[in-house]
Design a protein around this ligand. Structure first.
Ligand code: ADP
Ligand code: MG
Length: 258
């Protein structure tokens, strides 16, 4: 479902400052595949490139080399004349994203947050979009909050709205960027329960997380990022119990100490 090949990304000012200096590549030759229906976790220290990788897969960031394929849509480097606005749009509709800071539209109520993309981008009739939103908000336990504004909700509730919003356009893939880092343990639990429920449904998901017990519970594979590379991949028990790379060992120790 997701196939990332030899992905390289630098930021413009880095290219100006030190041309082609490999250590300044935010993503330095990433290869990653996530089969249809699989849940994969990405772990790695801050600054290792995890968010940038998700943003590239979602078509939010251009990249300089390699390819990204999501289902039938392919993204090419920004230098390629073949990357088209149409395929970018098609890809974004197929990939939902959930951010650490929820990123709900603050001026819209819960229902309008969830119906906005289906109505605007997919031109669904209002009634169909609302019916879909009610079903999704019921699923994430927020059927009674349809008229609430984001500021009237707890962090955990806002994140569950964000998940319903990501699901509203019926994407084949959902990317989560540290979905529970901004939440206290109880609210994290509510959000993780929703994500685990989606995993059982066979949605393809790529989840950046620091929560090892959660990764163990839902992920089939765990990928470890360091300095723009994936340095180790394996099942949760391989990566967390018997890591091979020194960097992974110290990361796992750090997570365990928390
Ligand atoms: P992570 O999510 O793993 O913490 P990020 O993907 O956010 O890491 O960032 C990876 C690296 O890219 C960091 O060194 C960061 O400083 C750099 N970076 C991120 N965004 C930009 C940008 N817009 N311009 C320049 N450098 C950036
Ligand atoms: Mg990040």
């Amino acid at each position: 479902m997701i196939a990332v090949k030899d992905l390289v990304k630098t930021h413009p000012w880095q290219r100006v400052l030190v041309k082609d200096m490999p250590r300044l590549r935010v993503l330095d030759g990433i290869n990653l595949t996530v089969p249809r229906g699989e849940v994969a976790a990405v772990i790695g220290s801050s600054g290792s490139g995890k968010s940038t990788l998700l943003r590239c897969i979602n078509g939010l960031e251009p990249f300089q080399a390699g390819t990204i394929q999501v289902d039938t849509q392919q993204l090419l480097p920004d230098t390629s004349p073949r990357s088209s606005a149409a395929s970018l749009l098609a890809l974004r509709r197929n990939v939902g994203m959930v951010f650490q800071q929820f990123n709900l539209f603050p001026h819209l109520n819960v229902m309008d947050n969830v119906t906005l993309a289906p109505c605007r981008a997919m031109h669904w009739p209002r009634a169909k979009a609302e019916e879909n939103a009610r079903r999704l908000l019921d699923r994430v336990g927020l059927a009674s909050k349809l008229k609430a504004k984001p500021e009237q909700l707890s962090g955990g509730e806002q994140q569950r709205v964000a998940i319903a919003r990501a699901l509203a356009v019926q994407p084949q893939v959902i990317l989560f960027d540290e979905p529970t880092s901004a939440l206290d343990p109880r609210m994290s639990g509510e959000v993780l329960a929703v994500i685990a429920d989606l995993a059982r449904d066979g949605l393809t998901m790529l989840i950046v997380t620091h929560d090892m017990s959660f990764a163990r519970q839902v992920a089939r594979r765990v990928h470890v990022m360091h300095a723009g590379k994936i340095i180790e991949s394996g099942s949760p028990s391989e990566v967390f119990t018997a890591p091979i790379q020194e960097t992974t060992k110290s990361l796992v120790r750090e997570f365990n100490a928390k």
